[in-house]
Write a protein that binds this ligand. Structure first.
Ligand code: SF4
Length: 236
């Protein structure tokens, strides 16, 4: 299977609420979010060795008693056409699967949902769903990618599985107005999470490390306003 897993956190208690998972990171991404923390992985994939599927599978199977499943993250996992086969092998061993995605491949998402190969989806909403804002926050130049993001939102909201939408809130990219536009668009969604930007980590656009993040109180205020549209909205 052709999936470049470059990094693995063997045991994570924080990537899927209430579950113990191994978190896997792929290298490719078709977005270039200026605040991306995984910039080394997506800009210099050759600096990281691939971790073979068998090695990961053996690790999971040997720890079946306490590992619930995997979280597939990145990078952008849905850029790999072999993702359904990869997930099938893991599911056949009895593990649960969480997918982190930027929503740019609704076709593959639809396949995964149709085949019952994913149990939880966390989809990033980079900004309000207009091209001006989305292109700045996601570093995209092609309008079709935004249309695909919108299709993915629709698919996920109409699916039967658990999911969350989430936004990393960065002062230069997001104002209260931006967040309100997002939650109006997501109105009625099961869950929306605001994550505060941290300038402590290396960012894809180096100047973003100088940005002072919103305070916890400011994020909490945004959340209280956002709850008018998505009642299950919280700060992570
Ligand atoms: S933060 Fe943006 S650039 Fe980085 S991996 Fe996620 S979608 Fe890709």
């Amino acid at each position: 299977m052709n999936i470049a897993i470059k990094k693995m956190i063997e045991t994570s208690l924080i990537d899927w609420e209430g579950k113990i998972v191994s978190t896997l990171y792929v290298s490719l991404c078709n977005f270039r979010c200026p605040y991306c923390y995984n910039c080394d992985l997506i800009l210099h994939p050759k600096n990281f060795k691939n971790i073979p599927f068998q090695e990961i599978n053996n690790y999971l199977v040997e720890r079946k008693d306490f590992i619930d499943g995997i979280c597939m993250s990145g990078g952008e996992p849905t850029l790999y056409p072999d993702l359904p086969s990869y997930f099938k092998e893991i599911k056949d061993e009895g593990f649960l699967i969480k997918l982190d995605t930027n929503g740019a491949n609704p076709k593959l998402l639809e396949d995964l949902l149709g085949l019952g190969l994913v149990d939880y989806i966390a989809m990033d909403i980079k900004s309000s769903l207009d091209f001006d804002n989305y292109s700045k926050a996601a570093g995209i130049k092609d309008k079709i990618l935004l249309e695909r993001v919108k299709d993915s939102i629709k698919l996920i909201m109409n699916s039967k599985i658990d999911y969350e939408f989430r936004t990393t809130v960065v002062p230069l990219l997001h104002t209260e107005e931006t967040i309100m536009k997002i939650v109006k668009y997501l109105s009625g969604a099961k869950k929306y999470v605001l994550q505060n930007f941290s300038p402590l980590e290396k960012t894809l656009e180096p100047s973003f490390q100088k940005i002072i993040p919103y305070s916890a109180e400011e994020i909490q205020e945004l959340i209280e306003k956002a709850k008018r549209y998505v009642s299950n909205c919280y700060y992570r």
